[in-house]
Ligand binder design. Structure first.
Ligand code: UD1
Length: 315
């Protein structure tokens, strides 16, 4: 039985990954500073270390006997990163630096790094492959690119097997107690509007897409979580270094998401079109073949599952 360190394991995505790593037969140590993570979401079978990943000494201690690290702990709000770039560099780049230092000191051989489709910026084509140019448009996306490069560079200098997972638009919940508590993203924002008796908003209907609204690749958090376990299996089995898109390969427009929500709540949500939000690419959909080949993994759930489970888990 191998032992894994999961940073950010008390968060929305991390609480799913913690459960799936345990189910895969691994021991799990969660390291989380609980700045946005929720203590109660850490499964009882996992060990919890309350510490920041910036605390290299605490990370080093937590790495005792650990085969691999799934590194999720990071700041992830695009707009906030534009307002507070230094905080993003400190937390995200500083976090990877501290973690890689501790892993280097202890000799930890495996890593799964949480990256983002934000590394592509406004992609020149869609669906987008992992070999497309990296051109992030926000400090958040920049810190994710830098993190990938740092992991790659350390792996070039010593033996480290790694996978970077570039998440597309994560949604849904694996169970009703594990919903996304933030309201930064489309589906939570639609439910919040409905709860407040307001009309959900479509940010732009004049994009060059079939219905004029932006297209994204929404992926169920349970599928995303399964990709982490498959990546952990791969890095334990072989010496690899690769970045993989984690999406479904299927795009949905904002208007289609609104329709899916209307079906789930049983009435037309009455979405209204408002102006574009600055910095939104018209279309961002993953090419998923490389993840299928390397991980033997593919997404199983569709938009209806995501909206239904998010609705069941809404606060
Ligand atoms: C999200 C994440 C980003 C991640 C990226 C990966 C945030 C804020 N953004 O970006 O970190 O790297 O996925 O692909 O966490 N929209 C509306 N009305 C709303 C809210 C959103 O029309 O009330 C639209 C947006 O304009 C966008 C789409 O819905 O076209 C999805 O928006 P959002 O959930 O914020 O995600 P992204 O901006 O794609």
């Amino acid at each position: 039985m191998s032992r894994w360190l999961l940073t950010g394991g008390a968060g929305y995505i991390g609480s799913h990954v913690a459960r799936d790593l345990l189910t895969s037969g691994r021991e799990v140590v969660v390291l989380d500073d609980l700045s946005s993570g929720i203590r109660e979401r850490v499964p009882g079978d996992a060990e919890l270390v309350v510490a920041s990943v910036l605390d290299t000494e605490a990370v080093r201690r937590a790495l005792e006997g650990v085969t691999g690290v799934v590194h999720l702990a990071a700041k992830k709000a695009v707009g906030e990163s534009v307002e507070m770039p230094l905080m993003y560099y400190r937390e995200n780049v500083g976090g990877v630096t501290s973690l890689l230092q501790a892993m280097d000191d202890v000799g930890t051989p495996c890593m799964v790094y949480s990256s983002s489709a934000a590394v592509y910026g406004e992609p020149p084509w869609s669906p987008i492959s992992e070999d497309s140019p990296l051109a992030p448009l926000s400090p958040y996306g920049e810190t994710k690119v830098i993190g990938e490069w740092m992991v790659r560079d350390v792996a070039a200098a010593r033996e480290l097997s790694w996978v970077a997972l570039r998440y597309f638009n994560v949604a849904g919940a694996g169970s009703p107690d594990l919903g996304d508590p933030s309201v930064n993203n489309l589906i939570p924002m639609v439910f919040r509007a409905l709860d407040q008796g307001e009309a959900p908003q479509i940010f732009g209907t004049d994009y060059p897409t079939p219905d004029g609204s932006c297209i994204r690749d929404y992926i169920h958090v349970s599928d995303l979580s399964a990709a982490h376990v498959a990546a952990a299996d791969l890095v334990e089995r072989e010496l690899v270094g690769v970045a993989l898109n984690v999406g479904t390969g299927v795009g949905s427009s904002v208007a289609e998401v609104m329709d899916a929500v209307s079906s789930v709540v049983g009435r037309d949500v009455g979405a209204v079109a408002v102006g574009r939000r600055a910095g939104d690419p018209p279309e961002l959909v993953a090419q998923v073949e490389r993840a299928q080949e390397m991980l033997g993994w593919s997404a199983q759930r569709g938009l209806a599952d995501m909206v239904e489970s998010a609705y069941a888990a809404r606060r």
